[in-house]
Write a protein that binds this ligand. Sequence first.
Ligand SMILES: Cc1ncc(COP(=O)(O)O)c(C=O)c1O
Length: 354
Amino acid sequence: MTSASVSSRPRPVSRARAFDLSAVEAARRRLAPGIRLTPCHAAPALTARAGRSIWLKREDLQRTGSFKERGARHALLCLEPAERTRGVVAASAGNHALGLAYHGAQLGVSVTVVMPATAPAVKVSRCRTLGAQVILHGATFEAAHRHALALAAATGATFVHPFDDRRVMAGQGTLALEILEQVPELDTLVVAVGGGGLLAGVATVVKALRPDVRVVAAEPAAAAGFAAAWRQGAPVTAPVERTLADGLAVACVGGEAFAAAAARVDAVVTASEAEIGGALAVLARECGAVVEGAAAAALAPVLAGRVEGRALVVVLGGRNIDAAAHAAVLAAHPAADRTTGLAASGATSARSFD
Ligand SMILES: Cc1ncc(COP(=O)(O)O)c(C=O)c1O
């Protein structure tokens, strides 16, 4: 699987949409007491490696281990009283499900989630512990999605889309409002793309408040749905191969999300599985951050030299990875001796941020 920079030019979209900064600002006001303000740390080890300043927005430190709970909680807060009573149903690769499960319990809304049978065990078991009903269905996000839609139609529960929903996009965008306050000197913001909800929210905020800041969309080459849509000018179904970044394994980006994001994104870059694994190992060893593949996928193209900029913020989207899978990635990517560039066996020391 190769990886590349797909384009560096924003492509205008013809469909004018009204999703804008005010939706994200309203979401921030609603979310304030229920969502953590996560740190955005300078990462000296990465800065030394890459030769430019890098900060990490630590969304892995949210209560359920990912930014997805921003959009999930916001969607729940926007329900009408009758909808709250009937409960919600969702399809999710895992993190949206965790966000809904946790905040559904907090807000007294019953939650049913359909996950692909391939979802990491840690995501499935934590969802169940949080009180959600979890149904495993199909091998892909798309199969789980179809099943969840049928379930919503049959039960009257409200379907909460994991990315193609303005309430969700607005919730995800709140993390960009924080970043602009935390690191005003940034010139580039890198976010991973699955279905595009995070990118839509973030790009909308950045281009409204700081149009000088470049927004870079990062994807696994094994699941490059946004890159395909970007080339085409509209969402298209792209091939999805097995990827360490399970949260990004979406074949077709959302129409709403793409319409909001496309003209506001400056570059789309992809990373190979080896690069994503390497970035995950670097984050663990050099930054003390245990994260999932979807988070490493945002850093991987930066470390590969595929992202321009002198002051970069990389969003670490989540930490929900099975311990055995994490250990296997570390084993497959032994620490390199900086002076020789050779792999050094057993070198696992971690350095923290500060
Ligand atoms: C950790 C992580 N990062 C990024 C994404 C991508 O988000 P979106 O589907 O809104 O593009 C996901 C999606 O589940 C995720 O779990």
